[in-house]
Design a protein around this ligand. Structure first.
Ligand code: ZN
Length: 277
Protein backbone atom coordinates (compact mmCIF):
# COMPACT_ATOMS: atom_id res chain seq x y z
CA UNK A 1 0.00 0.00 0.00
CA UNK A 2 2.28 2.76 -1.17
CA UNK A 3 -0.34 5.17 -2.56
CA UNK A 4 -3.59 6.69 -1.44
CA UNK A 5 -6.48 8.66 -2.86
CA UNK A 6 -9.52 10.28 -1.32
CA UNK A 7 -12.90 9.00 -2.38
CA UNK A 8 -15.67 11.34 -1.27
CA UNK A 9 -13.25 12.62 1.31
CA UNK A 10 -12.37 9.17 2.69
CA UNK A 11 -8.79 7.94 2.46
CA UNK A 12 -8.26 4.76 0.41
CA UNK A 13 -4.82 3.17 0.24
CA UNK A 14 -3.67 0.97 -2.64
CA UNK A 15 -0.64 -0.78 -4.04
CA UNK A 16 0.63 0.83 -7.22
CA UNK A 17 2.39 -2.37 -8.28
CA UNK A 18 -0.90 -4.25 -8.75
CA UNK A 19 -3.44 -1.45 -8.89
CA UNK A 20 -3.99 1.83 -10.71
CA UNK A 21 -6.14 4.89 -10.22
CA UNK A 22 -8.55 6.18 -12.82
CA UNK A 23 -11.29 8.79 -12.49
CA UNK A 24 -11.09 8.75 -8.72
CA UNK A 25 -11.36 4.97 -8.34
CA UNK A 26 -8.82 2.16 -7.94
CA UNK A 27 -8.65 -0.83 -10.30
CA UNK A 28 -6.67 -4.08 -10.62
CA UNK A 29 -3.91 -3.90 -13.24
CA UNK A 30 -4.60 -7.47 -14.38
CA UNK A 31 -8.38 -7.82 -14.40
CA UNK A 32 -9.59 -4.18 -14.21
CA UNK A 33 -11.97 -4.96 -11.32
CA UNK A 34 -12.81 -1.87 -9.28
CA UNK A 35 -11.22 -2.33 -5.87
CA UNK A 36 -12.94 0.40 -3.88
CA UNK A 37 -16.48 -0.54 -3.01
CA UNK A 38 -19.32 0.55 -0.75
CA UNK A 39 -19.12 3.09 2.02
CA UNK A 40 -19.61 1.87 5.55
CA UNK A 41 -19.87 3.79 8.76
CA UNK A 42 -18.01 1.93 11.47
CA UNK A 43 -18.20 3.44 14.96
CA UNK A 44 -18.86 6.85 13.54
CA UNK A 45 -16.07 6.65 10.97
CA UNK A 46 -16.60 6.39 7.20
CA UNK A 47 -14.63 3.64 5.48
CA UNK A 48 -14.51 2.37 1.92
CA UNK A 49 -14.96 -1.39 1.60
CA UNK A 50 -12.18 -3.16 -0.32
CA UNK A 51 -13.46 -5.51 -3.07
CA UNK A 52 -11.69 -8.71 -4.07
CA UNK A 53 -10.73 -8.72 -7.71
CA UNK A 54 -11.00 -11.81 -9.92
CA UNK A 55 -7.26 -12.55 -9.57
CA UNK A 56 -7.56 -12.60 -5.78
CA UNK A 57 -10.63 -14.85 -5.86
CA UNK A 58 -8.80 -17.21 -8.23
CA UNK A 59 -5.70 -17.23 -6.04
CA UNK A 60 -7.80 -18.02 -2.97
CA UNK A 61 -9.52 -20.87 -4.78
CA UNK A 62 -6.18 -22.28 -5.88
CA UNK A 63 -4.96 -22.07 -2.31
CA UNK A 64 -8.13 -23.78 -1.07
CA UNK A 65 -7.84 -26.52 -3.71
CA UNK A 66 -4.20 -27.11 -2.84
CA UNK A 67 -5.06 -27.26 0.84
CA UNK A 68 -7.85 -29.73 0.10
CA UNK A 69 -5.49 -31.85 -2.00
CA UNK A 70 -2.97 -31.94 0.84
CA UNK A 71 -5.64 -32.91 3.33
CA UNK A 72 -6.88 -35.71 1.06
CA UNK A 73 -3.35 -36.99 0.65
CA UNK A 74 -2.79 -37.06 4.43
CA UNK A 75 -6.18 -38.73 5.03
CA UNK A 76 -5.36 -41.41 2.46
CA UNK A 77 -1.95 -42.11 3.97
CA UNK A 78 -3.51 -42.51 7.39
CA UNK A 79 -6.34 -44.58 5.97
CA UNK A 80 -4.23 -47.21 4.24
CA UNK A 81 -1.33 -47.05 6.70
CA UNK A 82 1.46 -47.61 4.23
CA UNK A 83 -0.34 -49.80 1.69
CA UNK A 84 0.28 -47.39 -1.18
CA UNK A 85 -1.28 -49.52 -3.90
CA UNK A 86 -4.79 -49.17 -2.44
CA UNK A 87 -4.82 -45.38 -2.82
CA UNK A 88 -5.21 -45.68 -6.56
CA UNK A 89 -8.49 -47.60 -6.57
CA UNK A 90 -11.23 -45.13 -7.40
CA UNK A 91 -14.74 -45.33 -8.78
CA UNK A 92 -15.44 -43.75 -12.09
CA UNK A 93 -18.65 -42.06 -10.96
CA UNK A 94 -19.86 -41.32 -14.49
CA UNK A 95 -19.03 -44.54 -16.30
CA UNK A 96 -22.05 -46.29 -17.78
CA UNK A 97 -20.43 -49.72 -17.55
CA UNK A 98 -20.01 -49.84 -13.79
CA UNK A 99 -20.70 -53.31 -12.40
CA UNK A 100 -23.57 -53.73 -9.96
CA UNK A 101 -21.02 -53.99 -7.14
CA UNK A 102 -19.50 -50.70 -8.23
CA UNK A 103 -22.92 -49.04 -8.42
CA UNK A 104 -23.62 -50.23 -4.88
CA UNK A 105 -20.29 -48.78 -3.73
CA UNK A 106 -20.92 -45.47 -5.49
CA UNK A 107 -24.36 -45.18 -3.87
CA UNK A 108 -22.80 -45.98 -0.50
CA UNK A 109 -20.34 -43.11 -0.97
CA UNK A 110 -23.00 -40.67 -2.21
CA UNK A 111 -25.38 -41.53 0.63
CA UNK A 112 -22.73 -41.86 3.32
CA UNK A 113 -24.23 -39.26 5.64
CA UNK A 114 -27.49 -41.21 5.61
CA UNK A 115 -25.47 -44.39 6.22
CA UNK A 116 -24.01 -42.76 9.33
CA UNK A 117 -27.43 -41.67 10.52
CA UNK A 118 -28.80 -45.19 10.20
CA UNK A 119 -25.49 -46.83 11.17
CA UNK A 120 -25.43 -48.98 8.05
CA UNK A 121 -22.25 -50.87 7.28
CA UNK A 122 -21.55 -53.51 4.66
CA UNK A 123 -20.50 -57.11 4.91
CA UNK A 124 -18.78 -57.89 1.63
CA UNK A 125 -18.42 -61.62 1.24
CA UNK A 126 -17.28 -63.72 -1.68
CA UNK A 127 -14.47 -65.85 -2.96
CA UNK A 128 -10.80 -64.94 -2.91
CA UNK A 129 -10.07 -62.50 -5.71
CA UNK A 130 -13.67 -61.45 -6.26
CA UNK A 131 -12.68 -57.81 -5.87
CA UNK A 132 -13.73 -57.15 -2.28
CA UNK A 133 -10.54 -55.29 -1.42
CA UNK A 134 -10.84 -53.29 -4.63
CA UNK A 135 -14.43 -52.33 -3.83
CA UNK A 136 -13.68 -51.47 -0.20
CA UNK A 137 -10.68 -49.34 -1.25
CA UNK A 138 -12.78 -47.46 -3.81
CA UNK A 139 -15.35 -46.72 -1.09
CA UNK A 140 -12.62 -45.51 1.29
CA UNK A 141 -11.07 -43.23 -1.34
CA UNK A 142 -14.49 -41.97 -2.42
CA UNK A 143 -15.49 -41.01 1.11
CA UNK A 144 -12.19 -39.28 1.79
CA UNK A 145 -12.36 -37.29 -1.45
CA UNK A 146 -16.02 -36.34 -1.13
CA UNK A 147 -16.28 -35.57 2.59
CA UNK A 148 -12.70 -35.33 3.88
CA UNK A 149 -13.73 -37.78 6.59
CA UNK A 150 -11.30 -39.93 8.52
CA UNK A 151 -11.39 -43.52 7.28
CA UNK A 152 -9.25 -46.43 8.46
CA UNK A 153 -8.64 -49.48 6.29
CA UNK A 154 -7.06 -52.36 8.21
CA UNK A 155 -6.79 -56.12 8.05
CA UNK A 156 -6.59 -58.39 11.06
CA UNK A 157 -2.86 -59.28 10.82
CA UNK A 158 -2.13 -55.54 10.62
CA UNK A 159 -4.14 -54.85 13.76
CA UNK A 160 -2.43 -57.73 15.57
CA UNK A 161 0.96 -56.42 14.50
CA UNK A 162 0.17 -52.89 15.55
CA UNK A 163 -1.04 -54.10 18.91
CA UNK A 164 2.08 -56.18 19.47
CA UNK A 165 4.25 -53.17 18.66
CA UNK A 166 2.56 -51.25 21.45
CA UNK A 167 3.93 -52.51 24.69
CA UNK A 168 1.92 -50.40 27.07
CA UNK A 169 -1.78 -50.73 27.72
CA UNK A 170 -2.18 -47.01 27.36
CA UNK A 171 -0.82 -47.18 23.79
CA UNK A 172 -3.01 -50.16 23.00
CA UNK A 173 -6.07 -48.37 24.31
CA UNK A 174 -5.23 -45.29 22.31
CA UNK A 175 -4.88 -47.41 19.18
CA UNK A 176 -8.20 -49.17 19.75
CA UNK A 177 -9.96 -45.91 20.56
CA UNK A 178 -8.76 -44.51 17.26
CA UNK A 179 -10.24 -47.47 15.35
CA UNK A 180 -13.45 -47.02 17.31
CA UNK A 181 -13.84 -43.35 16.51
CA UNK A 182 -13.02 -42.82 12.81
CA UNK A 183 -16.05 -42.05 10.64
CA UNK A 184 -15.65 -45.29 8.70
CA UNK A 185 -13.66 -48.38 9.63
CA UNK A 186 -12.99 -51.01 6.99
CA UNK A 187 -11.82 -54.39 8.20
CA UNK A 188 -10.46 -56.13 5.15
CA UNK A 189 -10.03 -59.86 4.82
CA UNK A 190 -11.88 -60.53 8.04
CA UNK A 191 -11.42 -64.06 9.25
CA UNK A 192 -9.50 -64.86 12.32
CA UNK A 193 -6.76 -67.26 11.41
CA UNK A 194 -4.99 -67.30 14.72
CA UNK A 195 -8.01 -67.33 16.94
CA UNK A 196 -6.33 -66.08 20.06
CA UNK A 197 -8.72 -65.19 22.80
CA UNK A 198 -6.99 -61.84 23.21
CA UNK A 199 -7.38 -60.63 19.64
CA UNK A 200 -10.94 -61.94 19.43
CA UNK A 201 -11.74 -59.98 22.56
CA UNK A 202 -10.17 -56.82 21.14
CA UNK A 203 -12.03 -57.18 17.86
CA UNK A 204 -15.28 -57.55 19.71
CA UNK A 205 -14.42 -54.44 21.68
CA UNK A 206 -13.82 -52.46 18.47
CA UNK A 207 -16.92 -53.68 16.66
CA UNK A 208 -19.15 -53.32 19.68
CA UNK A 209 -17.86 -49.84 20.45
CA UNK A 210 -18.60 -48.74 16.88
CA UNK A 211 -22.05 -50.22 17.22
CA UNK A 212 -22.67 -48.22 20.39
CA UNK A 213 -21.22 -45.05 18.88
CA UNK A 214 -23.34 -45.56 15.76
CA UNK A 215 -20.40 -45.42 13.39
CA UNK A 216 -20.49 -47.59 10.28
CA UNK A 217 -18.09 -50.44 9.64
CA UNK A 218 -17.40 -52.27 6.41
CA UNK A 219 -16.15 -55.82 6.63
CA UNK A 220 -14.83 -57.91 3.80
CA UNK A 221 -14.39 -61.62 4.25
CA UNK A 222 -13.78 -64.88 2.43
CA UNK A 223 -16.09 -66.60 4.87
CA UNK A 224 -19.50 -67.57 3.54
CA UNK A 225 -22.62 -65.96 4.93
CA UNK A 226 -23.62 -69.37 6.29
CA UNK A 227 -20.37 -69.68 8.23
CA UNK A 228 -20.97 -66.26 9.72
CA UNK A 229 -24.61 -66.94 10.55
CA UNK A 230 -24.05 -70.41 11.96
CA UNK A 231 -20.90 -70.14 14.03
CA UNK A 232 -21.31 -72.59 16.87
CA UNK A 233 -17.77 -73.60 17.83
CA UNK A 234 -16.67 -70.44 19.53
CA UNK A 235 -18.87 -68.30 21.71
CA UNK A 236 -16.63 -65.27 21.36
CA UNK A 237 -16.68 -65.53 17.56
CA UNK A 238 -20.43 -65.96 17.60
CA UNK A 239 -20.67 -62.79 19.61
CA UNK A 240 -18.64 -60.86 17.02
CA UNK A 241 -20.54 -62.29 14.08
CA UNK A 242 -23.95 -61.51 15.49
CA UNK A 243 -22.90 -57.90 16.09
CA UNK A 244 -21.60 -57.71 12.50
CA UNK A 245 -24.89 -59.05 11.18
CA UNK A 246 -26.73 -56.40 13.17
CA UNK A 247 -24.63 -53.55 11.77
CA UNK A 248 -23.76 -54.62 8.24
CA UNK A 249 -25.85 -55.40 5.20
CA UNK A 250 -24.54 -58.62 3.63
CA UNK A 251 -23.52 -58.15 0.01
CA UNK A 252 -22.33 -61.09 -2.02
CA UNK A 253 -19.51 -60.08 -4.33
CA UNK A 254 -19.45 -62.19 -7.44
CA UNK A 255 -17.41 -59.84 -9.54
CA UNK A 256 -14.86 -61.36 -11.79
CA UNK A 257 -11.39 -61.73 -10.42
CA UNK A 258 -9.90 -58.30 -10.91
CA UNK A 259 -6.58 -59.73 -12.03
CA UNK A 260 -8.29 -61.89 -14.61
CA UNK A 261 -10.36 -58.88 -15.62
CA UNK A 262 -7.28 -56.70 -16.00
CA UNK A 263 -5.45 -59.28 -18.07
CA UNK A 264 -8.57 -59.73 -20.22
CA UNK A 265 -8.60 -56.00 -20.89
CA UNK A 266 -4.98 -56.23 -21.88
CA UNK A 267 -5.71 -59.06 -24.32
CA UNK A 268 -8.60 -57.05 -25.82
CA UNK A 269 -6.31 -54.08 -26.25
CA UNK A 270 -3.59 -56.21 -27.81
CA UNK A 271 -6.14 -57.74 -30.19
CA UNK A 272 -7.16 -54.28 -31.25
CA UNK A 273 -3.58 -53.39 -32.06
CA UNK A 274 -2.76 -56.67 -33.78
CA UNK A 275 -5.94 -57.56 -35.63
CA UNK A 276 -7.99 -54.40 -36.20
CA UNK A 277 -6.58 -51.70 -38.33
ZN1 ZN B 1 -7.22 -8.66 -10.48
Amino acid sequence: MDKKIFIRGVEFKYNSKDQYEKDGHVFCINCDTQIDGRFLNILGKDVVVRNKCRCEVKKEKQYFDKDKKNRISILKSNCFDGIESLKKYRFDFNKSTNSKEEILGINYVNKFNEMIKENIGLLLYGNVGSGKTYLASCIANGIIEKYLYEVNFRNIPQIMNDMEKRGFDIDKNYYINKLCSVKLLILDDFGIERKTEYITEKLYEIINMRYIKKLPTIISTNLSLKEIQNETESISLKRIYSRILEMCIPVKIVAEDRRIFESKCKIEKAKKYLIDN
